[in-house]
Design a protein around this ligand. Structure first.
Ligand code: FES
Ligand code: FE
Length: 418
């Protein structure tokens, strides 16, 4: 921790390469970040009916997220309380009760133990059912997003999101949204922070990394403009907002819905939005981007998790979200625009993940660590935040700055030292 403190200087824009590759840093992150903060589990619309469940990873451990017979969503550590077998081995399904594959203990989807084979005989009727319910995991939801934590005394969830809710409302809460299909997953040889960092502040890379896409005429060149804003709020959250946009890239018939869900200022921003890219600390990113599909500008919305698997490996999990009340045709075109761009086979995704894996490779080994090679995150340090913006937070009046990364690593370091 002392070494970290002496070598990571977020305000100065000095980030050493070893924090992307050192196993000791990775282990400390697990304890100080992933077991402490709120982490994304999924979206309420993935389990719309009573009995629906998904199994998800929370800080490296399996949890069951289930909607019980009263419609209440709960999460449980995916471990039988008898002798510890993983209770549910399916990714998703619908079940009122779960029966353990080892000895057949049965639990209701609200957690209570309700059945034990031959229990009167083999336990003499003395087994304490009440004490043997599933271990519940703390969850909270915001605008359909479900977050969980193993921390018994977590930061208040509403305070954790804080002012960043204002922007999240536009990205994922502008009206009732639903997840289409199962999340897409793929594994890459990349350190998890590189993705989170790219989405929190890096609009600058688009001109170069994604340059060939513009050259091919697949997106308008203007996509890569620095026009817009970069905003961060407390706790490391931040986003980049591409504005203005002469076209309204959302379903127009839903304007009354958007107005009912958003404040007038939020609606104004949304109506003028070209794209919005951000990260909720530590590893949930989101993206509202606009692509031309069959001659029409159309938006697509995704949230994505950079799930650490090892210091140099992560699983990228992407959920595609769409306006619940949009027409089927619009939903279809929006999905197409997602598949073309930021799905695992999307052209932007391919560009980015190649960069992420090469950064990871260069950070690995003893040389960058021992010599303390550092990255330069000083872009925009000379600039002064703007006042009187539509929304809250520290705001810069174009997207090309690394202010959000400096704020992200500041919060990361605070947690690592705690
Ligand atoms: Fe689950 Fe024994 S471990 S019933
Ligand atoms: Fe990119």
């Amino acid at each position: 921790v002392r070494y970290l403190e002496n070598t990571v200087e977020p305000e100065e824009g000095i980030i050493p390469a070893y924090i992307m590759s050192d196993p000791a840093v990775y282990d400390l992150e697990h304890e100080k970040v992933f077991l402490k903060t709120w982490l994304f589990l999924g979206h309420e619309s993935e389990i719309p009916n009573n009995g629906d469940f998904v199994t998800r990873d929370l800080a490296g451990y399996s949890v069951i997220v289930s909607r019980n017979q009263d419609g209440v969503i709960r999460a449980f550590y995916n471990m039988c309380t008898h002798r510890g077998m993983k209770l549910c081995r399916a990714d998703k399904g619908n079940k009122a009760r779960f029966t353990c594959p080892y000895h057949g203990f049965t639990f209701k989807n609200s957690g209570e133990l309700i059945g034990v084979p031959m229990q009167k005989d083999i336990y003499g009727g003395k087994l304490d059912f009440e004490a043997m319910g599933l271990h519940q995991v703390t969850i909270e939801t915001y605008k359909g997003l479900i977050f969980g934590t193993f921390n018994d005394t977590p930061q208040d969830f509403s305070e954790f999101l804080g002012d960043f809710k204002w922007y999240l409302d536009i990205a994922v809460g502008r009206t009732d949204m639903e997840v289409v299909g199962p999340p897409q997953k793929f594994i890459i040889n990349s350190q998890w922070k590189i993705g989170a960092d790219n989405f929190v502040s890096d609009s600058y890379h688009t001109m170069v990394t994604h340059g060939s896409i513009a050259k091919l005429g697949m997106v308008p060149n203007a996509t890569y403009s620095k026009k817009g804003y970069q905003v961060h709020t407390e706790n490391g959250h931040g986003c980049n907002i591409g504005m203005p946009n002469p076209d309204f890239a959302f379903p127009e018939e839903l304007i009354p819905e958007y107005k009912a869900h958003l404040s007038p200022q939020q609606f104004d921003m949304m109506a003028d939005l070209k794209n919005m890219i951000g990260t909720i600390f530590p590893n949930l990113s989101f993206l509202v981007s606009h692509t031309e599909v069959k001659g029409k500008l159309i938006s697509n919305t995704t949230v994505r998790l950079w799930r650490p698997i090892a210091v140099d490996k992560m699983e990228v999990i992407t959920w595609f979200l769409v306006e619940k009340n949009a027409s089927e045709d619009w939903k279809h075109r929006s999905r197409e625009s997602y598949i073309l761009t930021f799905s695992p086979s999307g052209i932007f995704e391919q560009d980015d993940t190649e960069v992420f894996t090469d950064i990871t490779g260069a950070a690995s080994g003893h040389v960058p660590f021992a010599k303390n090679y550092t990255y330069n995150y000083t872009m925009g340090k000379h600039r002064v935040p703007v006042k009187d913006f539509l929304g809250p937070g520290i705001v810069y009046d174009d997207k090309f700055t690394e202010a959000n990364s400096r704020s992200y690593y500041r919060y990361w370091l605070d947690l690592m030292k705690a």
